[in-house]
Design a protein around this ligand. Sequence first.
Ligand SMILES: [Zn+2]
Length: 279
Amino acid sequence: MPELPEVETVARGLKAQLCGRTLGNVHLMRSDTVHGEPGPLCAMIRGRTVRRVHRRGKRVVIELTGGCELIIHLGMSGQLTVVPAGAPVGTHTHLRIVIPAADRELRYRDPRRFGGVWLLAGGPTHIGRRLSSLGREPLELTLPEFRSLLRRRRQIKALLLDQSVISGLGNIYCDEALYRARIHPLASADRLRIDRVRGLLQAIRRVLRSAIRARGSSVRDYRDAGGAEGGYQRQHQVYGREGRPCPRCRTGIVRILVAGRSTHICPRCQQRRTRPAAT
Ligand SMILES: [Zn+2]
């Protein structure tokens, strides 16, 4: 599933191609792809110009003139690309938006259909309220803020995955950050000592920034806005490496289940410790 670094890479790629462009005709192949405003998508966005493209959590946000936003969640397998207008239309392409002046199209493809497109109107304040359930951006958190988010009696990985607490981390980057911070994913968040909390925040920042630099991880379907694969999967130290040696201590990486999710750890580097509650 695309996480923060993949969605950031897609948003940056789209920004370069879409900002200042006016949208033309819309071809919607599956109407259940679009949610939000009840009006027909074509009538709502045709003739509007793209003001800004950015990322919020795991969503791509395309701001249009006239107080309108397209918010795209890539789900498990969504791809958002800008291609020449005449390029063959691949299977599972659910939406095409023509960019007439560039002779190109924005295409949304999603074989597994866990993602979708939300059209929101009514200006930034109204739209902000509809997105208010999203948690904090991990790259913007200070140590005191992160520490206060962790003051909950929950397994640390389950807490990091909770998008209403922190928005953008998924299975890959949780596993990689917890490994680098040497924290067991089942450790209770409120029992981590301050030095461990600091180490975890640093690990999250480092992993996310390195992954953005490598243009994300292509494990299955992920492609950037130009259709290219990311490269961070080659830097994974635990995720998807079950049975292979830990890069630090050579112990075999094992796969366990945490919060219903497949989780990769080094059983030697990430031992469970029992400590009194942090004060
Ligand atoms: Zn190890």
